[in-house]
Each structure stands twice: as structure tokens, then as C-alpha cells.
Design a protein around this ligand. Structure first.
Ligand code: FDA
Length: 504
């Protein structure tokens, strides 16, 4: 039992001592201050705010620069506090703002500047920026550049890049983390480091190994990628009857082998129509090229979809970002509120598929979807550039041999333990059912779709054997190297959470 008020006062006075000329009340918020409550509750998945074991943070810090982050790390260490770092706040299990022992939150919202250098085809982006802000800034500077990261514009750069990050250009350019070329980070001693001073091992670890185990990443230097002035998108919807299941089967065989410029995502979802409800398969695509080239390509490789010119729209890359996000209007919409449009109770799990799943499984999935209302299976094809990059290039190992990634997602609207348990149970049953049909030894998972069901630390967050169970699902053979980097750069295990990297 700690003296919360005493700790809070000591922490704030420590911050004042380190940064004497800055008024801490402008960026350190403790309970009782007006901003505190709104900052505590500014999370994305309200399911996590119901997790009663978490304490309320001793303080929430919204730093304006790296000095203030360094001061938080030093003062938290001195006063036995843990640190949680929140960029966009989208962590599926709330690990950026929940903790069972006394802690502070570093909220990166004020560190969201973006500086684009078109001549060098690169940019510096701070961790508190959203993907939407990044895409918007690139498009303001150039109509022929983009960046291959996630589809939802409210996602934060900090968590997304440090966990991998993929979107509609994954087949052409790989992950967001594959395109990071430098970074600034505050380490466990409070030192401010760039790529050269942190060394290649730590720089390797923060690109896909999860930033929260290694430090606070302040900003990232990224390589911009080229996009044509016009791209083509389409959405084709099919009712999940036997015919559609045949098309899904074909998609499983071809989506990962098509030209790298073509990305066709498959979304299976339960849809409420005016007259009746049905389960539908939505084929949602981005082609980095023109319609005149897309139609012959589809006729040759995937005629079963029956794509017609009228299903397709040519647009700029930035408009395709809005299209994929389901937003209609000007690119300024990408600068919208960090969380609002996507807030809901949800639980997700993930898989990787290495062999096409038999058609009868999709028949059963369709039946199961009728038991729930807000359920989704989102399947993102790999292949292309993802198969060219080595499995150990960065900690994200799911490369050659993977046909596609699956995200299973269930949402619900009613608050309460009963509703949560019921929906989560349903999702776990679906996950159990899928086991024979997905990757094995280990059954793999994607860190950015964080899932505490696959294992958490029990004691002091240091057991290699315990952590290996989920660590190898996320990182396969790269887990061992991550534990070695961890032992070297954070020997006191200061940066830790329920699924952080343990020591070697
Ligand atoms: P958040 O701030 O919660 O951070 C997530 C984790 O990273 C936490 O452990 C946190 O402590 C740590 N962290 C954050 N900032 C850090 C920093 N500066 N330094 C060190 N550690 C830091 N993924 C994907 O690949 N493609 C996609 O298209 C999508 N789409 C998508 C849509 C929606 C609606 C959601 C909720 C999520 C996704 N995701 C996704 C998953 C997303 O990539 C994942 O949740 C990211 O971790 C979110 O990063 P945030 O910064 O928003 O989260």
C-alpha cells in the first residue's frame, strides 16, 4: 500500500527540480486537476476502462519536448513508479494507460509535428501524430508520395510503428516499420538517443518489437514511397452463399500472388439490411495504377470476382486513404479527433494463414456469424514485398509462406461484465474452432492486434519461459534476440507491462 498523495507530491517536486524553469502544471496532471479526468478516460476501447484491477495513474504527463520525457523517466524510477506511454491510445488491451501498480502515463498528444522532405523522400514524424495527420501532411507536400501504414487514420504513430503496422500498400512496400530509417528515443536511464547512439540492436528492436519494452520513442524518420498520381479502388460485396464461398476460395489462392501493386482485402461481416440480415463478403481493393490496367489484370487472375469498370473509381492516393477509412469528404477529415469515430467495446484476436482454408470452414463461419451481430473477420493478403523481406530484418517475422493475416473482431454496445463475457467467450470459441486451419508451431499472432489471452507475465515480468509462450507467437525466432536486447538496454526491467519482453 503506498501513500498516493505523498508519492504524487514527491514525483511533481522531482520534476520541478529537474526542469526548474518550466511550470509543471502546464503538462503534469494529477487527480483533482480539471484535465486529469478527461485524460484518464481518453481511451479508445472502453472495455478496458472496466478492468477494475488497474489503479488510477499518479499523474498524467503531456510533454512538449524530450527534456520533459527524460525528467519523467528519471523521477518515476526514483519514486518506484511504472511508466505507461500512450500515443494514439488504440492498444487493444489498454496497455498504454492501465497498470496494476502505481504508475504515471506519458501521453504523447503534444508531440505530433511532422516535417516532410520531398527532395530526400523522407520525413520526421513525432510519435503523438496520428496516421491521418501523417498521410495528410505527405499529400500536402506531394501528390506522388505516400507511406505504407495502417488503414485507420486515428491510430497513433508511436504504437503502430513500434508494433509493425500494415495497410493497403503492404504488398508493394511492406510494413510501416520496414520503412523507418532513424528514430529518437528516451531510454531507461533517461538518455536521449538517435539511431547511431542507441546502436543497431535497439534500433532493430523498436521496429516491430513493441516500443513499450524498450523506451519512449519520441520521433521516427521514415522513407516516403512513390505512388502514382491516380490509383484505383473498388468495393465488391457478395452474399455468403456457396457461390461467394467459391470466390473466397479463389481469393485465398491468388490474392498473395497478384502484382504487388494490387491489394484486395477480404472482410466477412454480418450486415443488417432493411428486409433481412445476411453475412457478406466484401472485397475491398487498392490498385496502384489505372483502371485500364486493372480490369485486364483481374480478368486474367481473378475472373471469378466478376469485376466491372463501374465497380471501380480512380482517385488520388490521399482520397483512397479516405475511401479505405470509410470517410467521405475532404482530406482535412483525416485530421479529426483521435478516437471518436471508432469508439466501441471490442475484443480482437489474430491468426496467420499459410495454407488455403477448406471451403466448408467458411460455411461454418457464416453460420457462427448469425449467432452474433457485430462481428468481423478481416483478411489482409501478404506476399509481394512481404515475401521478399527477411524474417529477421526486424522483429516482425510473418513473411514468406504467409498467405494472409486474419483479424477476428467482436464489438458490442452494452456496457457491463455480462455483455463483455458473453461476447469475448463467443470470440474465443471461434478462435478455438479455427485452430486446425491456421499457422502452427507456434500458432502466430500480430503484436499490434494485442491479445492478452495468449499469455501474460505472472511474476515480476522476468520469466523467459513464461513469456516465450506468447513471445514466439508474436516474434517467432526473433523473440530470443529481443530478450537479449532487453537484457542489455534495460537491465532493471524498468519498461515493463503484462506482455513486455523479458530478459534472455
Ligand atoms: P497506444 O498509444 O495505445 O500504444 C500501443 C502500445 O505501444 C502500448 O503498449 C504503448 O505503451 C506503446 N507505445 C505507444 N507509443 C509509444 C512510444 N512513443 N514509445 C514507446 N512505446 C509506445 N494495425 C495495423 O497494422 N493496421 C491497421 O490498419 C490497423 N487499424 C486499426 C484500427 C483501429 C480502429 C484500431 C483500434 C487499431 C488498428 N490497428 C491497426 C492496430 C494498431 O496498429 C495498434 O493498436 C497500435 O499499437 C496502436 O498504436 P497507438 O499509438 O494508437 O496506441
Amino acid at each position: 500500500c503506498i501513500d498516493a498523495i505523498g508519492t504524487r507530491n514527491e514525483f511533481v517536486s522531482c520534476m520541478n527540480n529537474i526542469i526548474p524553469f518550466v511550470n509543471t502544471s502546464t503538462y503534469v496532471f494529477t487527480s483533482g486537476m480539471p484535465m486529469y479526468s478527461s485524460l484518464v478516460s481518453s481511451q479508445h476501447n472502453p472495455r478496458c476502462s472496466n478492468l477494475t484491477e488497474s489503479l488510477r495513474p499518479v499523474g498524467i504527463i503531456t510533454p512538449q519536448n524530450e527534456d520533459e520525457i527524460q525528467a519523467v523517466v528519471i523521477c518515476s524510477r526514483e519514486h518506484g513508479l511504472r511508466v505507461r506511454v500512450r500515443s494514439g491510445g488504440h492498444d487493444y488491451e489498454g496497455l498504454s494507460y492501465l497498470c496494476k501498480t502505481p504508475f504515471v502515463i506519458i501521453d504523447m498528444r503534444n508531440l505530433h509535428s511532422i516535417s516532410i522532405d520531398i527532395k530526400q523522400e523522407s520525413a520526421w514524424v513525432q510519435s503523438g501524430a496520428t496516421l491521418g495527420e501523417l498521410y495528410y501532411s505527405i499529400a500536402q507536400a506531394s501528390q506522388t508520395h505516400g507511406f505504407p501504414a495502417g488503414i485507420c487514420p486515428s491510430v497513433g504513430v508511436g504504437g503502430h510503428f513500434s508494433g509493425g503496422g500494415f495497410g493497403a500498400m503492404v504488398r508493394k512496400y511492406g510494413l510501416a516499420a520496414d520503412n523507418v530509417i532513424d528514430a529518437y528515443l528516451v531510454d531507461a536511464k533517461g538518455c536521449f538517443l538517435d539511431r547511431e547512439s542507441m546502436g543497431e540492436d535497439l534500433f532493430w528492436a523498436i521496429r516491430g518489437g513493441g516500443g513499450a519494452s524498450f523506451g519512449v520513442i519520441v520521433s521516427w524518420k521514415i522513407k516516403l514511397v512513390r505512388v502514382p498520381p491516380k490509383v484505383t479502388v473498388f468495393n465488391v460485396n457478395k452474399n455468403m452463399d456457396q457461390h461467394a464461398i467459391g470466390i473466397i476460395d479463389r481469393w485465398q489462392h491468388v490474392a498473395h500472388k497478384m502484382k504487388n501493386e494490387l491489394f484486395i482485402r477480404l472482410l466477412v461481416q454480418y450486415v443488417h439490411g432493411d428486409q433481412k440480415t445476411s453475412v457478406q463478403a466484401l472485397f475491398n481493393a487498392l490498385f496502384l495504377g489505372q483502371l485500364k490496367d486493372l480490369i485486364p489484370l483481374m480478368n486474367e487472375t481473378f475472373p471469378q470476382l466478376g469485376l466491372k469498370a463501374e465497380d471501380c473509381i480512380e482517385m488520388s492516393w490521399i482520397d483512397s486513404v479516405l475511401y479505405f477509412a470509410g470517410l467521405k469528404g475532404a482530406p482535412e477529415l483525416l485530421l479529426g479527433n483521435k478516437t471518436d469515430p471508432y469508439v466501441s467495446y471490442f475484443k480482437a484476436k489474430s491468426d496467420f494463414v499459410t495454407k488455403p482454408i477448406p471451403q466448408h470452414v467458411f460455411v461454418r463461419i457464416q453460420e457462427k456469424f448469425h449467432e452474433q451481430k457485430l462481428v468481423f473477420m478481416i483478411m489482409d493478403p501478404y506476399g509481394g514485398r512481404m515475401s521478399e523481406i527477411s524474417k529477421s530484418h526486424i522483429p516482425f517475422p510473418h513473411r514468406r509462406g504467409n498467405l494472409y493475416n486474419i483479424q477476428y473482431l467482436v464489438k458490442w454496445e452494452v456496457n457491463g461484465v455480462r455483455a463483455s463475457n458473453e461476447h469475448i467467450h463467443w470470440l474465443r470459441e471461434l478462435y478455438k474452432y479455427m485452430e486446425p486451419y491456421v499457422s502452427k508451431h507456434p500458432r502466430s499472432a500480430y503484436l499490434n492486434y494485442r491479445d492478452l489471452d495468449i499469455g501474460t507475465h505472472r511474476h515480476a515480468n522476468t520469466s523467459y519461459l513464461e513469456a516465450k509462450v506468447w513471445g514466439e507467437k508474436y516474434f517467432k525466432g526473433n523473440f530470443k534476440k529481443l530478450t537479449k536486447v532487453k537484457s542489455k538496454v534495460d537491465p532493471d526491467n524498468f519498461f515493463r507491462n503484462e506482455q513486455s519482453i523479458p530478459f534472455a
